[in-house]
Design a protein around this ligand. Structure first.
Ligand SMILES: Nc1nc2c(c(=O)[nH]1)N[C@H]1C(S)=C(S)[C@@H](COP(=O)(O)OP(=O)(O)OC[C@H]3O[C@@H](n4cnc5c(=O)[nH]c(N)nc54)[C@H](O)[C@@H]3O)O[C@H]1N2
Ligand SMILES: Nc1nc2c(c(=O)[nH]1)N[C@H]1C(S)=C(S)[C@@H](COP(=O)(O)OP(=O)(O)OC[C@H]3O[C@@H](n4cnc5c(=O)[nH]c(N)nc54)[C@H](O)[C@@H]3O)O[C@H]1N2
Ligand code: SF4
Ligand SMILES: [Mo]
Length: 696
């Protein structure tokens, strides 16, 4: 609510995670002085976490980019004017395009930026440059969820809303740690569990929510498929199938029944380590619920068979009829503030907005008519394919907008090699990052607290973003920068403001047909939004959005992960997140959150610590087949013996030196969650080991 103690007040949407909390910002003298929760925010109901409420000091940090930078003859980045930067970009991209063709250029769109920014980025890459080489961070995150849900049900999004948690009598959370990654949703789940919702958590680590649940299963990393097939086995065996739903609404169930015969609780215990009795109890809790939710995260997707496990989760919901009703939702916890939206907008190599294939003629023609240029019908490159092509010499230039692959993508050595191989790299960010080290031009952008637009949260809710303060120095909004770059390349876009962009998105995107800023108002709308403005908190009440209107079961067997413990690498490293820091950490490391958590640490079970002669706080070396890092150990019982855990928020640690190129079979989402490693105290590392450090 407006507060006259401040010079300006704006209601906006948090730019950190996919919960999409609505925030009241209060500014004075051009700086944010405080942020409070918006009481009517539908996803946050008057709450925020410590990031949304307090982690805003980065906006006026001295290291913010305030002018464009151009790399000089001396190899250093130097301040430059906007005209110089735009001219350099236009000259270099035009040269590459003329010499090698448009497919020698690729772009990454930012899932931290707005829908409008991502749509304009898609137009820049597709229309101004002429290629479909465009991808976004969803590739390394929930692309398996998107793939699987489109296959099973039709649409790429949660089937319900966070509010369904309030109406569920049971929920399974698998491979997600919401009290760290989606804290406001995590708190809502806690409240529901306290009120009596029966919560089952499935995670190799004893996550905080396990203490609020009735049952915690701790599978070996990479064995989710066996666990989920086992749950289906028990549901079928114990007569908990909703046969009416299966008969009326789905196809493919018989093939699943044949497959799950082989996944008895005893078989599953052998594969996953989950006690047979616990698996049976979990199956009954979900199978007997009147309304049950399935909630998942990266512990499902960032695996070799991540997209298959999401399909197996869709099976569970269909066989029990737990879909399309209040309290019966599938809620993938989409990660970044706008990773749902960047993909919805078509910042992907194979789809325009609404996930319509680039070779779908009517769609391609509609975009051609709107943009006035011919568009390619050929699929573009995914992020890992871009890096391979850069090393192979086919890709010569990249435009990286709000993404830090040199820190966050897997196999850092390979990524750095790819970035170094490019003739020309543009980065558009709010800070210098590990990736800008390889850029030829760096463009200073506005942060989410300094711009207008919309973000789409993990429940498909499109919400307004409003500026609380001005961008620092000469930094410009992403919308303004991308429009200027496109114009410099000779493709003038006609939009005067992000609102104009939304008008075009609505005109070209059936699921956004009725979206206007006015209708979004304070509470947003959940897509699909009909032309007269009716939105959809719950999908699939009567029919699925597949070609035949039926939900599709998938009979997919368990297959082992890409990395397994060996004599040389006896421990399994799992990576994930910390409450206090956010992904590349560019923002949260420049706030007081750094005092709460000053570094990444390696979680290690006391039994392993004793065997390795490591005590709490010791510096340890972690080595995989791909690289080696050093960090301090935290000895804790939160983790099972044989496993170790760390995050990836600190460039000085560079966790992703350890991760290889193994990835989801359908979407190339990296297998960040399972890597065989060797851990030892640093003093014990023999002199010859540094030879194995990545890059040698
Ligand atoms: N504080 C904070 N919040 C964030 C982020 C952040 O960096 N910091 N990042 C945002 C982003 S981009 C995303 S995508 C989300 C991610 O949010 P989550 O999906 O919750 O992400 P993670 O913590 O990476 O992984 C979740 C859990 O998966 C478990 N896991 C690993 N392997 C397996 C397995 O084989 N089986 C099972 N069942 N579990 C497994 C891990 O132990 C971990 O507890 O968070 C978003 N929110
Ligand atoms: N080991 C390991 N690695 C992982 C993961 C894991 O679980 N384990 N998770 C993966 C996942 S799920 C994800 S999503 C990725 C995230 O990886 P990234 O997308 O690389 O990380 P972010 O920190 O979200 O943001 C990227 C960049 O956007 C910039 N930025 C923020 N806001 C804006 C803006 O408004 N405009 C512009 N132009 N720039 C902005 C930030 O400064 C930052 O440099 O990391 C992946 N990496
Ligand atoms: S829960 Fe997510 S959206 Fe809400 S304040 Fe925290 S980081 Fe922001
Ligand atoms: Mo993510």
């Amino acid at each position: 609510m407006p507060d006259d103690r401040f010079e300006s007040n704006a209601t906006t949407t948090c730019g950190y995670c996919g919960v999409g909390c609505r925030l009241e910002t209060h500014a004075r003298d051009g700086r944010i002085v405080s942020i409070s929760p918006a009481l009517d925010g539908p996803a946050n109901l008057g709450h925020t976490c410590l990031k949304g409420r307090f982690a805003h000091q980065f906006t006026r940090n001295r290291e913010r980019l305030t002018t464009p930078l151009i790399r000089g003859e001396d190899g250093e980045l130097h301040p430059a004017t906007w005209d110089e930067a735009l001219e350099r970009i236009a000259t270099e991209l035009t040269r590459v395009k003329t010499q090698y063709g448009p497919d020698a250029i690729a772009g990454l769109a930012s899932s931290r930026a707005t829908n409008e920014d991502c749509f304009v980025m898609a137009r820049l890459i597709r229309a101004a440059i002429g290629t479909n080489n465009l991808d976004n961070c969803s590739r390394v995150c929930h692309s398996p969820t998107s793939f699987a849900m489109r296959k099973a049900f039709g649409l790429s999004g949660a089937t319900g809303s966070f509010a369904d948690v309030d109406h569920a009598d049971a929920a399974i959370i698998i491979g997600a740690n919401p009290t760290a990654g989606h804290p406001v949703a995590g708190a809502r789940i806690k409240q529901a569990a306290i009120r009596g919702m029966r919560l089952v958590t499935i995670d190799p680590r004893r996550i905080e929510l396990a203490d609020y649940g009735v049952l915690h299963l701790s599978p070996r990393p990479g064995t989710n498929a066996a666990v989920v097939l086992g749950l289906a086995h028990v549901i079928a065996r114990d007569g908990l199938v909703d046969q009416d739903f299966v008969d009326a609404r789905t196809d493919g169930f018989d093939a699943l029944l044949d497959l799950i015969a082989d996944y008895t609780p005893q078989d599953v215990e052998r594969i996953s380590g989950v006690p047979a009795a616990d698996l049976e109890e979990a199956a009954r809790i979900y199978g007997e619920a009147e309304a049950g939710c399935l909630i998942w995260g990266l512990g499902v997707t960032e695996h070799k068979y991540g997209s298959e496990v999401v399909q197996l989760l869709c099976n569970l919901a269909m066989m029990t009829g737990n879909i399309g009703r209040p309290g019966a939702a599938l809620l993938p916890l989409r990660g970044q503030n706008n990773v749902q939206g960047s993909s919805d907008m078509g910042a992907l190599p194979d789809t325009h907005s609404d996930y319509r294939p680039v070779d779908h003629e009517p769609t391609a023609r509609a975009f051609e008519a709107a943009w006035g240029v011919p568009l390619s019908r050929a699929k573009g490159l995914t992020i890992p394919q871009m890096f391979d092509a850069a090393i192979g010499g086919e890709l010569r230039a990249m435009y990286i907008f709000g993404e830090d692959p040199a820190q966050t993508d897997p196999n850092t050595t390979h990524v750095v090699h790819a970035l170094e191989s490019l003739d020309f790299l543009v980065c558009q960010d709010i800070f210098e990052t590990e990736t800008t080290k390889y850029a030829h031009v760096v463009l200073p952008a506005a942060s989410f607290l300094e711009k207008t637009g919309t973000f789409t949260n993990a429940e498909r809710r499109i919400q307004l973003v409003r500026p609380a303060i001005d961008p620092p120095g000469e930094a410009r909004t992403d919308f303004a920068i991308l429009s200027a770059v496109s114009a410099a390349l000779g493709h003038e876009m006609p939009y005067a403001s992000p609102e104009d962009v939304m008008a075009e998105i609505a005109a070209l995107t059936p699921n956004f047909a009725g979206v206007t800023y006015e209708r979004l108002g304070r509470r947003g709308l959940q897509w699909p939004v009909t032309a007269d403005g009716i939105d959809a908190p719950i999908l699939y009440a009567d029919t699925f959005t597949t070609a035949n209107g039926l939900g599709h079961f998938a009979a997919l067997p368990y297959q082992p992960p890409g990395s397994e413990a060996s004599d040389e690498f006896p421990l399994i490293l799992v990576t994930g997140r910390r409450l206090e820091h956010y992904n590349a950490g560019t923002m949260t490391r420049r706030t007081a959150n750094l005092e709460l958590l000053p570094s990444d640490v390696l979680e290690l079970h006391p039994d392993d610590a004793e065997r390795l002669w490591v005590t709490d706080g010791d510096l340890v070396s972690v080595r995989s087949a791909f690289g080696r890092i050093e960090l301090h150990a935290e000895v804790t019982r939160k983790i099972e013996p044989g496993h170790v855990f760390t995050a990836f928020h600190f460039p000085e640690v560079r966790t992703n030196l350890l991760i290889g190129s193994s990835a989801d079979v359908n979407t190339s989402c990296p297998e960040y969650k399972v890597m065989a490693v060797d851990v030892r105290p640093v003093s014990e590392v023999p002199a010859r080991v540094p030879a194995l450090v990545a890059g040698d």
